[in-house]
Ligand binder design. Sequence first.
Ligand code: ADP
Ligand code: MG
Ligand code: MG
Length: 875
Amino acid sequence: KKWVYFFADGKAEGTAQMKELLGGKGANLAEMTNAGVPVPPGFTITTEVCKYYYDNNRTYPQDLAEQVNAAIKELEKVTGKGFGDPIKPLLVSVRSGAAISMPGMMDTILNLGLNDETVKGLVEMTNNERFAYDSYRRFLQMFGDTALGIPHSDFENALSEMKANKGVKLDTDLDAEDLKKLVEIYKEIYKKHGKEFPQDVNKQLWAAIEAVIWSWMSDRAIKYREIHGIKEGQLLGTAVNIVAMVFGNMGDDSGTGVCFTRDPNTGEKVHYGEFLPNAQGEDVVAGIRTPYPLEKMKEMIPHAYDELIEIMDRLEAYFKDMQDIEFTVERGKLYILQTRNAKRTSQAAIRIAVDMVHEGLIDKKTAVLRVQPSDIERVLHPKFDENERKNAKVIAKGLPASPGAATGKIYFDAHKAEKMAEAGEKVLLVRPETSPEDVGGMNAAEGILTARGGMTSHAAVVARGLGKPAVVGAESIYVDEEEGFLKVGDFVVKEGEWLSIDGTTGEVFLGKVTTVKPRGLEGPVAELLSWADEFRKLGVRANADVPRDAKVAREFGAEGIGLCRTEHMFFEKDRIPKVRRMIVARTVEEREAALAELLPLQKEDFKGLFREMKGYPVTIRLIDPPLHEFLPHEEEQMAEVAAQIGISVEELKKVVEQLHELNPMLGHRGVRLVITYPEIAVMQTKAIILAAIELKKEEGIDVVPEIMIPLVGHINELKYIKDVVIKTADELIKQHGVELKYLVGTMIEVPRAAVTADQIAQEADFFSFGTNDLTQMTFGFSRDDVGKFLPEYLAKGILEDDPFKHVDTQGVGQLVKMATEKGKEVKEKLKCGVCGEHGGDPKSIMFFATTKLDYVSASPYRIPVARLAAAQASI
Ligand code: ADP
Ligand code: MG
Ligand code: MG
């Protein structure tokens, strides 16, 4: 079997396509060699050897040694040098490289092939004693550390000591004699650790190969794969690249550097990079000396610079992506040591993808696929100033519930937060957890931090809806609302003091960290998303409750509203007393009187929404939460509220007690509520229909309202309330003598509804899957308490993902799929969408795109993300 692939002088056995076998580095070295790019000769030991090694009790394939020896012979031939030859020694680097680049995670050894004899040959060959001994001591250091496990610090300490004794600061201040001495000291360090430095270059080579293969299973490499979701077994292992050394440290016409074909921060099309004259590659990385900007090389070694620029352009055109290139110049001659697709910021990723389409380098499809949904997310939310962030202290970590950065003075009471914000303060709302009453304060705050709750807790859902950064479930934080402080570890932060949160990472920072605003949907992002729209098959709607949200959603490209939660309008200051009066009403008449006061207000809300959506569909859900959520629960609030709505405190308390539920999530809510109090449904229907009629008459805007009944589990529930809705609506329409179409549909969020979707479809004009509740009820996981045990589930591998974050494709997802199919069999035109939090989650969208669903609905700030994810799912 072939274990070794050779490359030299314009001819290589490998190609760029062989990344899995040769690793990214090896495959690209081969490809560049074939393309005539000046690459030092060498060979690659395949990733299969690494796999064999671990599968076979840490042994090599039998014929590997033979193939490596032959390759070394070949390398000697093309370089005209000898491996271990005391007169013209061949030196090599031994470099790791897996199929997926894992920068800095694995080991590389440079200058291999030096020993007490060959170092003299190197002096002769280069006529540079200092250089030769510097290379030797570097090799001793790297080899000792990487291959033999001698602590790096032992060598560093010896080096520092030598500099201190000599009274100098820089490595470069040491002369040949010093370095010779250092070589001897280094050998002593080997002895001290009971190791012998191998003078035999073949022993060196095999030890280095083994060290590279070992580094595949090093803790940090394993951790890196874990963090980046690279599954064990997905890759064979690392390849080992053996490359003839070229030297950038041979004088002023030599040097080394790293360059990018575009600016990796902004994406601008400029040649970007750093250059360090008279140095070896690792010097740049180690930061021993500060490199110059690339342009400086133009003055120092002009012809090598020109050639580098030409090669940069060639490589980018060849690989059709921005390249990150390592190079070295040895006495005026340029060598390329590595090229790979460059890492870049989100902003750069978007700009580069769009620019490359305009340049004709890639097509729109490729551009849409190349940008990650998370890139879109990141460029649309405020971020911390990078420098300030680096210096800030992280005091806690919670769930990254709503992306973006926020900084403000902390307040624990939502009303106070609102007041302070009105007074012009930047406010961060900190709560143990939030409830619907806190929405005002949440909206006024820059961001939200809670000590409890999961990814679909109230705080998280509302924050995402508002586009407010939020960190939730930061369990290490103790919040004392009464005394007005929070405590975490030894830190105490009092009300009114600064705190900062990063909703993208979940980090909580002490003090103020300045944020910078996003630029919205314009320029490259807007253009990229318009291409995404050409490819996607899923529609994208918004979850929006008020005209302001609807406007944002439209600006981000929403094609309608998939979910308007009407109860959110009830929490506004001037309305809540009316809502409460409606709840405590003792008779139907009293209730209707209170509802009559709410009607004009709700009608105006809906008019605003319809107006903003300009004829796009708007789905309005009838009241959903249990009524007790609208009533106060604390003693001191009782009196105030009772006075406000004109009943005694005792009466109010009685109502609160009556409405108390042990398990409100499965209690008197959703359709159950309007079955008990049909007059609420009547009022809401009137408000919706009247809004549409008036808009049509007054402003000529045509709307087809979609009235949605939540929490239906049995067809008779839907039938009962649908009759009420239709009767109310038709009467109004007749009375106003207009033509108006409207739909009545249902949420599918109770498993029974999904199972009986064919029956339900007979009564419904549309389905909207409320996947939050559907997940909650299918798993039987209370979404507000899931934080207590889910981390354990994830840590123990019982669940792979938080099912509230990424839809559970095998259970909940199957219910969605099945119900959609069943529904459409009964009613071909039945519109089906998803309005749960999953509607804005790229991973879930990937799944939804495989079903017969028509659209997903997401909070306004997630619309752009959903548009891209939906396009990627269709390509
Ligand atoms: P990494 O994957 O961590 O970048 P590399 O194998 O690319 O590690 O090597 C580390 C450094 O050594 C780089 O700066 C590279 O350019 C330099 N280097 C590697 N091989 C050689 C060589 N044959 N001659 C000169 N420099 C080399
Ligand atoms: Mg490298
Ligand atoms: Mg629900």
